[in-house]
Design a protein around this ligand. Structure first.
Ligand SMILES: Cc1ncc(COP(=O)(O)O)c(C=O)c1O
Length: 368
């Protein structure tokens, strides 16, 4: 009998899975503070919980494509329901976009460091992830991006604010990329948390090959329910509707998202928590001799801790032993001592700073 291995699709065999082991470990150790996955530390509001309960009572029925939610999201972006396709989290969106454009051998240009899911899903579609390092100052290397484009390029991924660097691409540079006419996935997962909220979604009217990704996992704090969406030209939306699964978002998730959109007070509280928290972390880290925290427009802060001369995995292990999970950036194509910390509650942020300062003191042997 032939080995089962012979039946596995070759690029599935060689693709490294996106590991969610860190999530399992965090669920197994609820006493350790979760500052590793850009979750929102604030729980769903009562209004959202009531809406979920109401939807749960109709749990015997299949959901549809979420027309009411799509209409609201279309209006929010000054577009229509036909411009919106929902995903089971925006991770699902990334997957159906990759499968719409990429066949084996095609290329996708991905400036790095960025969200590793783009690379993972392009590879599962049989595509080649052409990774283009950002400049040493962590800005998009425009010339290198243009050089990486070939006749096989089917997708370009731009994440802004970028996870993990926290910065935004300037509009003039985004326009240069859009002028290429290549399908461009523009990820606005964190846009509601920008200091001055500016969306680029209306560019899809001039550039129908542009898609804008968004999620309820970050600013709205609904990561556990899994709701993301893409804003795009209605023609493109109809292709995505063919590729995605029907009923890909549950009725509970749709109800949670709708209630989240209605709850302005909850949104404001969550936004304020992130903005105050990231400024606090940034300022406190930059006071530690030799460490550098990058300004961020997301719910996370990237820290260059190379001065400690420790690998980011070792920093992660030492910090988890002290009660906090942070993210080593080795999994985001970053060598050395880069770590990313998610903004928590004010108490969690303070605990992180005190703990990290203590760790730095132990290694560097100086007081700060
Ligand atoms: C840039 C970016 N896009 C998308 C996602 C995925 O979010 P979702 O929970 O909607 O799948 C993340 C999650 O960290 C992210 O950083």
């Amino acid at each position: 009998m032939k080995s089962l291995e012979n039946f596995i699709v070759p690029w599935v065999k060689t693709a490294e899975p996106y590991s969610d082991r860190h999530m399992d470990i965090a669920w197994e150790n609820p006493q350790i503070i979760r500052m590793m996955s850009n979750e929102n530390p604030l729980r769903p509001s009562e209004h959202i919980l009531d809406a979920i309960m109401e939807a749960a009572r109709l749990g015997n029925l299949y959901p549809g494509s979420g027309p009411h939610l799509r209409q609201k999201l279309g209006e929010k972006a000054s577009l229509t329901a036909d411009h919106v396709v929902l995903g089971n989290g925006s991770t699902d969106v990334i997957n159906f976009v990759a499968h719409t454009f990429v066949v084996p051998g095609d290329e996708a240009v991905i400036p790095i460091p960025t969200f590793p899911m783009y690379e993972a899903r392009v590879k599962i579609a049989g595509g080649i992830a052409v990774q283009v390092p950002m400049t040493p100052e962590f800005y998009w290397d425009m010339e290198a991006i243009f050089k990486a484009i070939t006749l096989k390029t089917k997708l370009i991924f731009i994440c802004s604010p970028n996870n993990p660097t926290g910065n935004q691409i300037e509009e003039k540079d985004l326009l240069r990329i859009l002028e290429l006419g290549i399908p461009t996935f523009f990820d606005e997962a964190y846009y509601e948390l920008e200091n001055e909220v500016v969306s680029r979604a209306l560019l899809i009217e001039k550039y129908p090959h542009m898609m804008v990704n968004r999620t309820f996992s970050k600013a709205f704090g609904l990561a556990g329910f899994r709701v993301g969406y893409i804003l795009c030209d209605p023609k493109l939306a109809s292709y995505f509707n063919s590729v995605r699964f029907p009923w890909n978002v549950s009725s509970i998730a749709i109800a949670a998202a709708l209630a989240g959109l209605e709850d302005i007070e909850d949104q404001e509280q969550k936004r304020k928590n992130v903005i105050v928290g990231r400024d606090y972390i940034l300022n406190e880290i930059n006071k530690i001799h030799g460490l550098r925290a990058l300004p961020s427009e997301g719910n996370f802060v990237l820290i260059d801790a190379s001065v400690l001369d420790k690998d980011s995995l070792e920093i992660r292990d030492k910090m988890s032993a002290k009660g906090i999970y942070i993210r080593p950036m080795s999994g985001h194509n970053m060598a050395g001592g880069f770590i990313r910390v998610t903004v928590g509650t004010p108490e969690q942020n303070r605990f992180f700073i005190e703990t990290f300062r203590e760790y730095c003191r132990e290694i560097m042997g100086v007081d700060f």
